[in-house]
Design a protein around this ligand. Structure first.
Ligand SMILES: [Zn+2]
Ligand SMILES: [Zn+2]
Length: 453
C-alpha cells in the first residue's frame, strides 16, 4: 500500500528493504534512491519527517502553552524558506505561493499534547516525552510532521497555481479550542478550502477513512445547581433534599430523552455530582456537571429544551408549603455549546475519494466510515469553507501498535507519516489545479481564480 504511493510521488520502484538512516528506519534502499526534483529524495524526506515527529514527541506542551513547539515550527519553516507569522498566541500560520495565479488551500495540523504521563514501551525509548506529565498522546506530533512533509514538497517545486496555507493550530484538545482564534485573527482570509487529517488507531495502518456530511459530533457541557434547603437528616419534613432532587432529575432527563430521540443521535452523561459534607445533614445544594454530543443542531436544541423542562418539573414537584420554604427549591443552569458538528462537504469529499482512488489504487479507503461521537475543533473551519477531515489509520498489531488515542502508551506507526504527507500533497495540488471538481458552485467558489492572491 505504501509502496504504491511512493511510486506516485517519487516515481521510484517499490522498495521493500528497510535501511536505518540516523537510527530511523526507512523503507527505501539507499542505493536505489532517485533524487526528488533535483534536491531531495524519498529516503531523506521520510527520515526527515520521522525525525521531526520524534522531536515534537519529546517536547509536548499543553493547550495554549505550545511556546517551544511554536519556536520549533518557526525555525523549521525558516529553514525551508517559508514566510510565517504567529497566530492564536501559540500557533503559526505560513504561506507557500506558487508561480501561477490560482486559489488557496489551507492544510491544518494541531500542535498540543495532553496531560498524560507517557509510559516506556518497547519502541519509544529514543523519543519518549521529556516533559514530565505531558504527552503527545493524540498524534498531533505526527500531524505536524506530515504538514512539514507536504510543505517541503511544495517548496521544492513552486510551479503550481495559487497558495498553500499552513495552519499550525494550538489547543485542539480543550474547548473553546484554537480554531476559533485562528479564524478570528484572519487565518482563513482568502482561503477557498481546508484539509485536516488525524491519526486514529481504530483502523489499520495506512488506510484512510472519511464520510460526506456529518462525521464528528458537537460537544456541549451542562452545569446544574439544584438548590434545596438543608438541615438535620432526622427532620426531612423541615428540609428540601437536593440529593433526591438530583437523583430524580438525572433519571427523568435520561428517560425523557429516550422517549424523544433515537439512541444513535446522541450521547449524554453526568461526569460529576457534588454536594454535602457530612453523614447527618441534608445539604443545601447539589451540583451536577455533564455533557452531551450530537450530530445536528436540531438534536442539540431538543436536549437543551429537555434539560430545562425536567428541571422545571423537579422544582415544581419538591415545592413545600410554609414560609420557611419561600424561594426554594430552585436551580441554576449553565449550558455551554463547545465544538460544532464536523461536516465534510459532500462535493469536496467525493472529489477527494476519486483522486485517492486514481492516484493510489492500492490504498485502502473507507469512504463511508462510521460517524463518531468524538469531537474536533476542525469543525469550525468547515463551517467557513469547503473541505474534508480525513482519518488516517495507525493500528498495526504486528508492531503492537494497538493502543487508542489518549492512552499513555499510544504510538504512531511511523510508516504512515509519509502516506499522510503524500495525501496532503496530492489532494491539495489537485485542488489548486482543478478547484471546480472540489467546490460546490452553490456553496462557494474562489471569487477570482485567475488573479494571484
Ligand atoms: Zn485528542
Ligand atoms: Zn487529536
Amino acid at each position: 500500500m505504501y509502496c504504491t504511493i511512493h511510486v506516485y510521488i517519487y516515481q521510484v520502484l517499490i522498495f521493500k528493504q528497510y535501511t536505518p538512516v540516523n537510527g530511523i528506519n526507512c523503507r527505501c534502499k539507499k542505493s536505489e534512491v532517485i533524487l526528488l526534483r533535483g534536491n531531495s529524495n524519498a529516503e531523506a524526506l521520510e527520515a526527515w519527517i520521522i525525525r521531526l515527529r520524534r522531536e515534537f514527541h519529546q517536547y509536548p506542551e499543553l493547550s495554549f502553552e505550545e511556546y517551544e513547539t511554536q519556536k520549533r515550527i518557526l525555525k523549521t519553516l525558516g529553514e525551508l524558506g517559508i514566510e510565517a507569522r504567529k497566530i492564536a498566541d501559540t500557533g503559526v500560520i505560513a504561506s507557500i505561493r506558487g508561480t501561477l495565479p490560482g486559489p488557496c488551500i489551507a492544510l491544518r495540523s494541531d500542535t498540543d499534547g495532553l496531560q498524560v504521563q507517557e509510559e516506556l514501551t518497547e519502541r519509544n525509548r529514543d523519543y519518549i516525552s521529556r516533559n514530565n506529565g505531558v504527552m503527545h498522546a493524540c498524534g498531533h506530533d505526527g500531524h505536524m510532521a506530515m504538514l512539514f512533509g507536504a510543505a517541503r514538497l511544495f517548496t521544492e517545486n513552486r510551479d503550481f497555481p495559487g497558495e498553500v496555507r499552513l495552519i499550525f493550530q494550538p489547543a485542539e484538545e480543550i474547548p473553546p479550542g484554537g480554531s476559533k482564534r485562528v479564524i478570528a485573527e484572519g487565518g482563513l482570509e482568502g482561503v477557498d478550502a481546508v484539509i485536516g487529517m488525524h491519526v486514529f488507531s481504530n483502523h489499520e495502518s495506512g488506510s484512510v477513512g472519511f464520510r460526506p456530511g456529518p462525521f464528528m459530533a458537537s460537544t456541549n457541557r451542562f452545569e446544574v445547581t439544584l438548590k434545596g434547603k438543608g438541615g438535620h437528616i432526622s427532620k426531612p419534613e423541615s428540609c428540601i433534599d437536593p440529593v433526591r432532587m438530583a437523583m430524580d432529575f438525572i433519571g427523568s432527563l435520561y428517560s425523557a430523552l429516550e422517549k424523544q430521540l433515537d439512541p444513535s443521535k446522541y450521547v449524554i452523561g453526568v461526569g460529576r455530582i457534588q454536594g454535602g459534607a457530612q453523614f447527618n445533614r441534608i445539604p443545601d445544594s447539589v451540583g451536577i456537571l455533564g455533557s452531551y454530543r450530537t450530530y445536528d443542531k436540531e438534536t442539540t436544541d431538543i436536549i437543551d429544551k429537555t434539560i430545562t423542562e425536567c428541571l422545571d418539573i423537579i422544582v415544581e414537584k419538591y415545592i413545600k408549603p410554609g414560609e420557611e420554604f419561600l424561594g426554594f427549591p430552585d436551580y441554576d443552569l449553565d449550558i455551554l455549546h463547545g465544538y460544532p458538528v464536523l461536516v465534510n462537504d459532500p462535493t469536496f469529499t467525493d472529489a477527494v475519494h476519486l483522486k485517492l482512488q486514481e492516484s493510489f489504487p492500492e490504498l485502502t479507503i473507507y469512504p463511508e466510515i462510521e460517524k463518531t461521537f468524538a469531537a474536533e475543533d476542525f469543525a469550525s473551519y468547515l463551517q467557513m469553507v469547503s473541505g474534508i477531515f480525513i482519518s488516517l489509520g495507525t493500528r498495526n498489531p504486528e508492531k503492537r501498535i494497538i493502543e487508542i488515542n489518549h492512552s499513555c502508551t499510544f504510538d504512531i506507526d511511523e510508516e504512515i507519516l509519509i502516506t499522510g504527507t503524500e495525501i496532503f500533497y496530492t489532494i491539495s495540488l489537485d485542488f489548486l489545479k482543478n478547484p471546480e471538481k472540489y467546490l460546490n458552485s452553490q456553496r462557494n467558489f474562489p471569487g477570482d481564480i485567475s488573479s494571484p492572491k
